[in-house]
Design a binder for this molecule. Structure first.
Ligand code: ATP
Ligand code: MG
Length: 151
């Protein structure tokens, strides 16, 4: 399986890496972000959202699990399942995979069994204070193309 590793030296780097994916977005796209606290998952989402034309400020949806941003070129559904206590079915989170927008999930590994097979997995690793290694693992042809074009 192909995987792509990119080094980010600062917050702005992570934002520009995320911006590269914007041009390739498609309805139903699922991006799964994994990595320890403070590794850059929300910063990545901010970059992605800004490039999608979303003007609203992206804030971490930790306590409400999901936030919808509908003022961009395509709906963006931003989830953070770190504090999810119920099953994803009972909270209706899974319905978002069938909508015509982009779903981006922080701590996606916590709902691994419920994720669609075709998706983009992203792993953030803190290397030094401001340095992160970001690994992209595409699942499915569409996501492989996405990585080839965006990275
Ligand atoms: N290269 C980098 N890329 C992204 N963020 C960085 C980088 N270097 C330093 N930072 C800092 O690390 C922090 C990343 O915070 P962020 O909220 O994105 O983490 P997170 O992975 O979403 O954490 P959480 O699991 O708590 O939601 C920010 O304070 C940011 O300024
Ligand atoms: Mg976060």
């Amino acid at each position: 399986m192909d995987e792509y590793k990119v080094t980010s030296k600062c917050e702005e780097d992570t934002i520009s890496i995320a911006e590269n994916f914007e041009a390739e977005k498609f309805p139903g796209m699922v991006i799964c972000l994994n990595g320890e606290l403070g590794s850059g998952k929300t910063i990545f989402t901010k970059g992605f959202a800004a490039a999608c034309g979303i003007e609203e400020t992206i804030t971490s949806p930790t306590f409400n699990i999901i936030k919808e941003y509908l003022d961009g070129e395509m709906p963006l559904y931003h989830m953070d399942v770190y504090r999810l206590e119920d099953t994803p079915e009972s909270t209706g989170l899974l319905d978002y995979f069938d909508k015509d927008g982009v779903v981006i999930i922080e701590w996606a590994n916590m709902i691994e069994d419920y994720l669609p097979e075709e998706r983009l997995d992203v792993f953030f690793k803190v290397v030094e204070e401001d340095k992160r290694v970001i690994k992209f693992v595409p699942h499915g042809e569409k996501y492989e193309e996405l990585c080839e074009d965006a990275l």
